[in-house]
Design a protein around this ligand. Structure first.
Ligand SMILES: Cc1cc2nc3c(=O)[nH]c(=O)nc-3n(C[C@H](O)[C@H](O)[C@H](O)COP(=O)(O)OP(=O)(O)OC[C@H]3O[C@@H](n4cnc5c(N)ncnc54)[C@H](O)[C@@H]3O)c2cc1C
Length: 427
């Protein structure tokens, strides 16, 4: 096991359910803070996690945490998109504005890359740390009392001081936190997404400028739909995604193979370049129709006895236009691990309450930003944008992006705990 910097052993035992970005990052953070971790994942093999998905984004508030995991950010930067701008176009094809992200460099790294590749880097780091990751472990129930929390996995009971439920948008952990089984619902939107080699684009006269001069990042915005395309690894790989209104049923599955002909119906009358990008998608390229599942904001992220905490999409699914789903899921693990460190083993329930208090408002403010951007893009007032093109830029605010979740937690923890104790004393 490689010798990574760690806080002294805390004696706190943590079970984490789900090894998506939220769960695996929480496991690494708990290990950094000296807690003892078991990570349970239902997938039998790691390829089951890495083979799904395509482009995923970590903004500076998320990606800066990877800098604390030796070697991880460097490995990610090698496979990430090398652009610091987004070119935005009217849906009929007219160029509108280039939004630069260069100023954000001082806030921390931005990482945009293939979900599977970036995940594999984190997974390898967790393995190198010697974290106890158990695959093929499907958790079927949660329980807690005053002294401990636990899970039922493959018919066996397993207990710890605290359980972190990171099972994504279809979480079972929500039931114990909420006291009832709420069902995920359709957000009313779906995303078509594709990823394939850039040489297909390089051979096409109309499209080749998107790959032959290195990485690019472009967006076409129209009524109820936005279309984003980008190239990575110097143009060797290419991807496009478009979010559109969809009233499909999400009960049984939310990932379906997509069809080029179906996609083209949504972009009827759009700029020829957009239609040409879709038409160029090779049959062997991964084209997915991804239904966006949503949940109403939860009244709480923690269980009645404060020994089980929901993190990541289990607590708060995000819309893609927020570009924050993955980053917020990393922040969750950072804060929870730090709160446990500061509280110590005899105060685990206080730590879990402090985690919720620190995270709750910030997460919901970030979620609201995603809705704002979608509305701005899908219902654009083009007359106003002609006068002021930057009106159409993604909203990029320092409170959200120039933020160090660990430093903030260390700074605020004592005040938050004093507040929590004050509330208890008044009851
Ligand atoms: C298939 C898929 C593809 C995605 N693709 C993209 C993409 O291309 N771009 C993008 O921006 N976002 C994508 N996302 C969303 C993004 O990964 C998340 O928003 C974000 O990373 C937060 O992840 P999470 O760890 O909370 O949840 P998830 O990524 O959903 O991870 C949850 C994990 O928990 C495991 N699990 C679930 N139930 C149990 C159980 N009972 N017992 C044990 N383990 C369990 C799951 O197998 C999974 O590994 C995708 C999500 C999924 C599920």
């Amino acid at each position: 096991m490689a010798d990574f910097p760690r806080s002294p052993a805390s004696g706190i035992k943590v079970i984490i359910v789900g090894a998506g970005f939220a769960g695996i990052s929480a496991a690494i953070e708990c290990d950094r803070k000296g807690h003892s971790v078991v990570l349970l994942e239902k997938s039998e093999a790691i390829e089951e996690i890495t083979r799904f998905g395509d482009i995923i984004s970590f903004d500076p508030n998320g990606a800066r945490n990877f800098e604390r995991w030796p070697g991880v950010i460097e490995a990610m930067q090698k496979v990430a998109r090398q652009t610091s701008w987004l070119d935005l176009y009217h849906w009929k094809g007219e160029f509108v504005t280039r939004q630069s992200f260069a100023e954000e460099k001082k806030w921390g790294p931005r990482i945009n890359g293939h979900r599977g590749e970036l995940y594999s880097i984190i997974y390898q780091h967790a393995r190198d740390r010697g974290i106890n990751i158990q695959l093929g472990q499907r958790v079927t129930d949660y329980f807690e009392d005053e002294e401990k929390a636990g899970v039922v996995v493959n018919g066996q009971y397993m207990t710890a001081d605290v359980v972190i439920a990171a099972e994504g948008v279809r979480s079972r952990g929500r039931k114990i936190v909420l006291g009832f089984d709420d069902r995920p619902k359709s957000s009313g939107y779906a995303v078509y997404r594709a990823w394939f080699p850039g040489d297909v684009i390089a051979k096409n006269e109309m499209l080749k400028h998107l790959v032959v001069n290195g990485d690019t990042h472009s967006g076409w915005l129209g009524p109820d739909l936005h279309f984003l395309a980008s190239s990575l690894k110097g143009g060797k790989e290419f991807n496009w995604v478009f979010t559109h209104i969809d009233d499909g049923n999400i009960e049984e599955s939310w990932q379906f193979p997509g069809k080029v002909e179906e996609c083209l119906k949504y972009v009827e009358g759009w700029a020829p370049i957009v239609r040409e990008i879709v038409k160029s998608t090779p049959k062997t390229g991964r084209l997915i129709d991804h239904k966006l599942v949503f949940r109403d904001p939860l009244p709480t992220f923690i269980s009645p006895k404060s020994r089980i905490a929901l993190i990541g999409d289990a607590a708060h699914p995000f819309l893609p236009t927020s570009i924050q789903g993955a980053s917020q899921s990393i922040e969750d693990g950072v804060v929870l691990a730090a709160c446990l460190e500061l509280a110590g083993r005899s105060n685990v329930t206080l730590a879990v309450n402090a985690f919720e208090k620190i995270r709750y408002e910030r997460v919901h403010k970030a979620q609201a930003m995603g809705v704002k951007t979608r509305e701005k893009w899908h219902k654009a007032n083009w007359d106003a944008i002609k006068e002021k093109p930057e009106e159409i830029h993604l909203t990029r605010e320092a409170w959200l992006l120039n933020f160090d979740a660990e430093a903030d937690c260390y700074e605020r923890y004592n005040d938050v705990v004093a507040d929590l104790k004050g509330v208890k004393a008044r009851l």
